[in-house]
Design a protein around this ligand. Structure first.
Ligand code: SF4
Length: 827
């Protein structure tokens, strides 16, 4: 396979866990052309809107370009030697004075495997603590627990092509259409080719998934365990169990069956589904030979997420619908390299490379391999506990890499207090201004997607190369290089002497083979240990286990032989019971808030927020409200509403929709203080977690809702970013050549107009303005230099029914003096 052809370079998408192959070609202008890689087995040339827009996000606008030490006396630019020395000194000092558990890394599924490996090696191998946790804790941790309990290993057994071979595909707690769009496209095509394939959507909310579904089960929020226990009981009662498979390949079914049966009498009231609906689903599962259950954050992000996962796995084990073509449970991962982090072991409760703390042989193998006498021997703090310990003053130095916990962790106020309480906060990121970077004592400029080189693993265990396409701006460096420099300055010179990311990968591949000669663990890269630099550079996608270099696309299913990775090589059923989520709605907080993603944004928008075309889909934070609920709370469409509870508050624009059930709300996770005022869902979400996985409950938050009593609203287009924090509400949208601010205020329209007029740039050549001739307070201004608009503003009273000007094209419009008033009136 040619990796460079006519200037096109093969790489991998930066966003979701589908891991689509991308071809990118830099243009002389500095822009990047993007197209899907037709040879990549994840996507065969297809890309979703986010992937297509990757080129829009490689602009240098907003990049962090130098190491910066921040202090009360001002910011100081450092060279790399001083910056990495400062980190090494602060971490070494904290360890010396307070012990190795006083320092922490909080890392990310955005890191490449090589970055992850070096960070994990430094923390667990040489600092000798396990306080390294990943933001994957927020999306995948419950699946990891479920897999390990059932299979004895953290294994996703299926291949993507199984979606095309299944008789029935169940989408539970997964908005596949928006969150993993290319997989959804593959499933939609499979349904078009074979309309007999049954597709069942299980979700409290109606989503785009429904467009291909045979039926939708809008179950009560949090009742998945009851639903799947009901299925297990049905399968048993109606003699649909695979007794041969159960006998030869599983342990402990009787306890699971007993638990399932004991939940059955409350099944309808718990799930909110009728017996007829349930029976239809159960019959379809029982009578379909090949079933895939796709699940994601609706299952994982729950205080009983691990049990939800095992309730699904129990049904596949009970029917032997696992490890076969077109059959199996499929945990689809959220982040581009969440799987890589799990494989490396960069979570606080795993040691390294699918080897565990509680196995002394594993410890000895790793100690010997890394040549260290400081190997951590017990788990560290999981994400929420880590920030709690920080708030309590127990963490003296933290290094946050490629993630934005002040936006993404629950209870933002507490996370902020934790970062304030921590004496030394390092943030390495490619973006200069994030909520978390504002809290840093030291900022380190990391490379962005198009500059990084390494590997990522997708949801079907396929490892793909991410390749360097463009030079890095400023002083940006690879994360693995930054970590290695710090490690060397902490005294671990020999263990971190890497010159190239390929060396790290080869070492990592070698680690996966330790004590693994006879297939003790399914994760092995034994076929890649001999890769040289050229081989690494030319590496084509490899699906693990990799026992020899794969020169053609392979599709390997795990557990096909009925063997698992527990002590007796049989899978475990796990007896689980339905439990209600930890917090229920009450008179004060009567509405149930669900959170999730929109189609065209990624996480905290620090990258996708740079694309004008992606911003068009949902320009402002919004909350979905059922028409009945809207009526009860006197909410009209497009009004700004305030959601609040004991945790905090959040502003969003009402989107009235029958896709959501009455008394439930849906709020996207993306907006935060860098892109809007007071519109961050994590202000509302309590830090309640699954006791096994530590994963927070993001999908079940009781809130109250009130309509904002604002007097005026405005749109303000500007070539440069502005600060409107003194106003009641603003949200920023990227548009061509600048930004568009959506504003609301308790000020009258004329006062808001005066204020916004005062915010126009001072160096404009002329200002033209217009007030509505009817005397109503509707104001328009444009600030001009030569033939281009620098800024444009439209203000009107909130009760004015007339649609406010969107101004999305105004900055890219060229015009002359004669057309000024025409343009003003068109605002
Ligand atoms: Fe990227 Fe995921 Fe879209 Fe593929 S489906 S292009 S990996 S965001």
């Amino acid at each position: 396979m040619s990796l460079v052809n006519d200037g096109w370079i093969k790489t991998t998408c930066a966003y979701c866990g589908v891991g689509c192959g991308v071809e990118a070609r830099p243009k002389l202008s500095g822009e990047l052309e993007i197209r899907g890689d037709k040879s990549h087995p994840s996507n065969y040339g297809k890309l979703c809107t986010k992937g297509i827009a990757l080129g829009d996000t490689v602009i240098h606008d907003g990049r962090l370009l130098t190491p910066i030490e921040k202090s009360q006396s001002g910011d100081k630019i450092l060279d790399w030697d001083s910056a990495t020395q400062l980190v090494a000194d602060k971490f070494s000092h904290a360890i010396e004075r307070y012990g190795s558990d006083s320092v922490a890394f909080y890392v990310s599924g955005q890191l490449l495997t090589e970055d992850y490996y070096v960070a994990n090696k430094l923390m667990k191998g040489f600092i000798g603590a396990s306080n390294i946790d990943s933001n994957s804790r927020l999306c995948m941790a419950s699946s990891v627990v479920g897999h390990k309990r059932a299979f004895g290993s953290d294994t996703v057994p299926i291949c993507y092509e199984d979606l095309e071979h299944a008789d029935m595909v169940i989408l539970v707690g997964s908005n596949l259409a928006w969150c993993h769009p290319v997989l959804f496209q593959r499933l939609r095509t499979a349904k078009q080719i074979n309309p007999d394939v049954k597709i069942v959507v299980i979700d409290p909310r109606e989503t785009e998934n429904n467009t291909i579904a045979d039926y939708h089960l809008a179950l009560n929020s949090g009742s998945d365990v009851a639903l799947f226990n009901g299925l297990l009981h049905f399968l048993n009662k109606h003699d649909h169990l695979d007794h041969d498979f159960i006998q030869s390949s599983t342990n402990q079914i009787n306890q699971a069956l007993a638990a399932a049966e004991s939940d059955d009498d409350r099944l309808e009231s718990t799930t909110g589904l009728t017996r007829k609906q349930l029976n239809r689903f159960y019959q379809d599962f029982a009578h379909s030979d090949k079933v895939i259950t796709v699940y994601s954050q609706g299952v994982n992000q729950s205080s009983i997420g691990s049990d939800k996962v095992n309730s699904i796995l129990n049904c596949h084990l009970a029917t032997g619908k696992i490890g076969q073509v077109g059959s199996g449970p499929f945990s689809v991962t959220g982040q581009p390299n969440a799987m890589g982090g799990r494989e490396v072991g960069a979570l606080a409760n795993t040691l390294a490379s699918h080897m565990e703390f509680d196995n002394s042989e594993h410890q000895a193998l790793i100690r010997e391999f890394w040549q260290t006498d400081r190997l951590a021997t017990k788990p560290g703090l999981k994400a929420v506990d880590l920030f709690d310990a920080m708030a309590d003053g127990k963490i003296k130095a933290v290094w946050i890499m490629a993630t934005n916990p002040l936006v993404s962790l629950p209870d933002s106020a507490k996370v902020k207090a934790a970062l304030e309480a921590c004496p030394f906060v390092v943030v390495s990121d490619c973006i200069a201004d994030t909520e978390t970077s504002r809290m840093a004592d030291l900022l380190l400029p990391a490379q962005g997607w198009s500059e990084k080189s390494g590997t990522v693993t997708n949801s079907e265990r396929r490892i793909s190369r991410q390749r360097r396409i463009m030079p890095s701006p400023g002083m940006a460096k690879p994360d693995w290089w930054i970590i290695s420099q710090v490690a060397r300055k902490m005294g671990y010179h020999d263990a971190f002497r890497y010159r190239h990311e390929g060396q790290i990968f080869a070492e990592y591949a070698q680690l996966s083979t330790l004590g693994n000669n006879n297939g003790e663990r399914d994760f092995t890269l034994s076929g890649l240990t001999q890769l040289d630099e050229q081989g690494y550079n030319q590496l084509t996608p490899q699906q693990w286990p990799v026992t020899q270099l794969q020169t053609e696309t392979t599709n390997q299913r795990l557990f096909s032989n009925g063997e698992f990775y527990t002590a007796n090589r049989k899978a475990n059923f796990v007896a689980v019971h339905h439990r209600e989520p930890q917090t229920a709605c009450n008179d004060n907080f009567p509405l149930l808030l669900n959170s999730g993603r929109t189609r065209d944004q990624w996480h905290t928008m620090s990258r996708t927020g740079l694309s004008a075309r992606l911003a068009e889909h949902k320009p402002e934070p919004y909350v979905q409200i059922h028409p009945t609920t809207a009526k009860e709370h006197s909410v009209k469409a497009h009004q700004l509403v305030k959601l609040h509870n004991a945790q905090g508050e959040c502003l969003a624009r009402a989107e009235i929709s029958e896709q959501i059930q009455p008394n439930q709300l849906f709020l996207p996770i993306h907006w935060n203080n860098a892109t809007a005022k007071n519109s961050k869902p994590c202000n509302l979400i309590a830090p309640q977690t699954d006791s096994h996985s530590g994963q927070p409950e993001f999908k079940h938050t009781p809130v109250a809702l009130t309509v904002c009593q604002h007097q005026s609203r405005a749109t303000f287009a500007s070539r440069t970013a502005l600060n409107f924090n003194s106003l009641d509400y603003w949200a920023r949208q990227k548009i061509a050549e600048g930004y568009l601010y959506h504003i609301e205020s308790t000020l009258s329209a004329d006062k808001l107009a005066n204020y916004l007029k005062s915010r126009l740039k001072h160096n404009i050549e002329r200002l033209v303005s217009h007030q509505s001739s009817e005397g109503s307070a509707r104001f328009r201004f444009i600030a001009l230099t030569a033939d281009r608009v620098e800024q444009a503003v439209h203000v009107q009273p909130i009760q004015d029914e007339q649609r406010i000007s969107e101004l999305t094209d105004i900055l890219s419009t060229r015009f002359n003096q004669e057309s000024e008033s025409e343009i003003l009136l068109s605002l």
